[in-house]
Design a binder for this molecule. Structure first.
Ligand code: PHE
Length: 371
């Protein structure tokens, strides 16, 4: 009886061994393991059945079966290792590199002109003690309009050609920010007046208006500036922006003009024009001639805006400015059309792009503007 059983088990082991050695994949191996050692596997069934035998048989066959189990486990493990080695060998074969082949020509990418402009702004304003901050593209009506002294029904809301999002569960309609000015509010809200001396921020980012032609894109970029402190006045605004324009356009004598204007969140407000000449062929020469070109909006932060964020306008004053970065880029580099900015056309990028590691250098000393 015992030897018959042992013979049966031995035959089973023989079959399983053959199957293991014939197997070609790890999943085949796994099937063999389940069919022999799994819950309903052939070896497991033997183990279950020995319960009916007498103690001596149980002992002997039990030990024999355990031994068989161990053998099967080892065979499976060995075979798995064979597979692993074969897999590695194949991988090495496939991934082999022929170093004698002619290499592909290395393609150097270029820095998008807009990124270049942003880098230049960072360099110029960092020199004047500004820090970079940002804010969200999706804004509430409060930050984009109301907190900036643009009440409901105000015509400025229509002028902004706002993209509205679907109302949320509270019926509130968020907007894609139409300018970077809402970040003025967000940064001023964070000021701890007890430890406050002065802030100088620039805020670059994406802005959105439903407008699309050769010089307008529904998504465009602005850079906001905000300086707030004690005794900040229009002279600081002018000094800062003249210096910025001259450094950015690389023209020490660039004519810069401040033209009275209106923004609900600044008082007084001024638009900044630079001197240029419009040639007959439509091209522009910056810094020379009789014509003027508007490049940014600015003004002293409106007392109502300061009050709205809990800052006493008799104690603190500030100035703010905002400019369109595509426009600045087009003017500086003579790019006539805005639309290809977002086409990812490699020919355009090669033509107008910059060598990435060639960081902007400034020609002018920017000292004493705030002193
Ligand atoms: N937010 C204004 C615009 O988009 C620009 C601006 C910013 C004007 C800050 C004054 C002060 O046109």
């Amino acid at each position: 009886m015992v030897s018959e059983l042992k013979q049966d088990i031995q035959n089973l082991l023989k079959d399983i061994t053959t199957n293991i050695s014939k197997s070609k994949t790890t999943s085949e191996l796994e099937n063999i393991r389940i069919n022999s050692l799994g819950k309903k596997g052939s070896v497991t069934l033997y183990l279950k059945n020995i319960r009916e035998f007498d103690i001596e048989t149980k002992k002997e066959i039990g030990a024999y079966l355990n031994d068989t189990k161990n053998k099967i486990n080892k065979l499976i493990l060995d075979k798995k290792n064979v597979f692993k080695k074969e897999y590695l060998k194949e991988k090495l074969r496939l991934e082999k590199i022929d170093v004698s082949l002619t290499p592909y020509e290395a393609e150097a990418g270029t820095l998008h002109p807009l990124s270049r402009t942003i880098e230049e702004l960072y360099a110029i304003f960092a020199d004047m003690g500004f820090t970079i901050v940002d804010g969200p593209d999706i804004e509430s009506d409060y930050y984009n309009f109301s907190a900036l002294n643009i009440p409901e029904e105000h015509p400025a809301r229509q002028e902004h050609d706002t993209f509205y999002l679907q109302p949320d569960i509270n019926g509130q309609r968020k907007v894609l920010r139409t300018h970077t000015s809402p970040v003025q509010i967000r940064t001023m809200e964070k000021i701890d007046l007890k430890n406050f001396n002065e802030i100088r921020y620039i805020i670059p980012g994406r802005t959105y208006r439903s407008d699309h032609d050769a010089t307008h894109s529904p998504m465009f970029h602005q850079c906001e500036g905000l300086v707030l402190g004690k005794n900040i006045n229009m002279g600081h605004l002018k000094g800062c922006l003249i210096e910025f324009c001259r450094t950015y356009f690389n023209e020490d004598n660039l004519p810069v003009r401040f033209r009275p204007s209106y923004f609900p969140f600044t008082e007084p407000s001024a638009e900044v024009d630079i001197g240029c000449k419009k040639e007959n062929d439509g091209s522009l020469v910056i810094g020379k001639g009789e014509d003027w070109l508007e490049i940014l909006g600015s003004g002293m932060v409106h007392p109502r805006v300061l009050q709205g964020v809990g800052i006493d306008p008799t104690q603190y004053q500030g100035f703010a400015f905002g400019m369109g970065l595509e426009r600045l880029t087009m003017l500086k580099y003579g790019i006539p059309d805005l639309r290809p900015f977002y086409d990812s056309d490699l020919r355009w990028l090669k033509h107008y792009g910059f060598i990435p590691f060639d960081s902007p250098s400034l020609h002018s000393g920017l000292n004493g503007i705030f002193s």
